[in-house]
Design a protein. Structure first.
Length: 313
């Protein structure tokens, strides 16, 4: 993979991390670890005994993992529960597994969504390590999982995130565009938003929204096909254009709720959020069609923010 493809892969993975809580995160963790380490064995919960405090392990190295993936790791009640769970999980793991396959390393896997693990959890792991000589006890965060993911081969990376947008945009296939349009119109879920009639300079808007150079590249290339999109709109009713406008506005507003301003790379993540939600299929033709639609509604300020013009006195 080239640098652009790796960047887009990381961005798609970060979005997966953001969207994954509970079992979804555990499934993602298991999938990545299984591809990264052929010796990794997931443990399926079974009846009343569950997984015996072991979500996955490598018997050749004595490495064990236990997953904790709440919606938020910042609430005090969640932190208190996590601290208790660390000790309970470790003690249960030691009881059920240590005599069969000695524990050398214990990782408490936390979906911290790149915000870091709270100090009490670090302290509890340090206490466990101090009280259990010869056993390393450490947190395993979203960053650690991303580091593992990005070292996978290209096929495995694509299998985890499903797609990587191509950095070239092909000619628009109207049959594919029709399918994309039908799908997008079914994605609505927010109240109508007033139309925006202001159309700022495309380049100014790219810079103002602090989109990365790689995302700017995608939108710029997609904008080269806007003439074909205009032809498509000409042979369809005005309803198609305005209804799509509302759909994209709704998806953008939804992305702002899902991915707040304080998040790292928030505008790039919002771009990926819309691209993923608006695409009916994960092949190049459908992604290209959606990218061209995104470029169109980006230009008219229906998605992302309009540059603030300085007042001339």
């Amino acid at each position: 993979m080239n640098r652009t493809e790796l960047y887009m892969a990381r961005l798609a993975f970060k979005l997966k991390i953001h969207e994954s809580d509970g079992q979804r995160f555990e499934d993602l963790f298991i999938k990545v670890m299984g591809k990264a380490n052929l010796n990794f064995q997931p443990v399926k919960a079974w009846g009343r005994i569950g997984d015996m405090k072991n979500d996955g392990f490598d018997s050749t190295s004595g490495t064990y993992y236990q997953v904790f993936a709440p919606e938020s790791t910042e609430k005090l009640s969640t932190i208190n529960s996590a601290v208790k769970k660390v000790r309970d999980d470790f003690n249960g793991l030691k009881k059920h597994w240590h005599s069969i396959c000695p524990i050398k390393e214990f990782y408490y896997v936390v979906n911290d969504k790149y915000k870091g693990v709270a100090a009490p959890i670090h302290q509890e792991l340090m206490k466990l390590e101090k009280g259990n000589k010869g056993i390393k006890c450490k947190p395993f965060t979203s960053k650690n999982l991303e580091d593992t993911f990005i070292k996978l081969n290209s096929d495995d990376i694509i299998d985890v995130i499903s797609f990587i947008p191509d950095d070239t945009i092909g000619f628009l296939d109207y049959s594919v565009l029709n399918e994309a349009v039908t799908h997008i119109k079914g994605c609505s879920g927010f109240p109508s938003i007033e139309d925006n009639l202001n159309v700022p300079d495309f380049e100014d808007k790219l810079i103002f929204n602090k989109l990365s150079n790689k995302i700017q590249h995608y939108l710029t290339f997609a904008s080269y096909q806007l003439g074909d999109l205009e032809e498509y709109f000409k042979v369809n009713s005005e309803y198609v254009r305005t209804d799509l406008q509302k759909c994209f506005k709704e998806m953008y507003e939804e992305s702002k709720i899902e991915i707040p301003e304080e998040e790292d790379l928030c505008t790039d993540k919002r771009f990926m959020y819309i691209l993923k939600k608006a695409s009916p299929k994960e092949d190049k033709a459908h992604r290209d069609a959606v990218l061209v639609l995104m470029a169109y509604y980006f230009e008219s300020c229906d998605i992302f923010e309009e540059p603030v013009k300085e007042m001339v006195i």
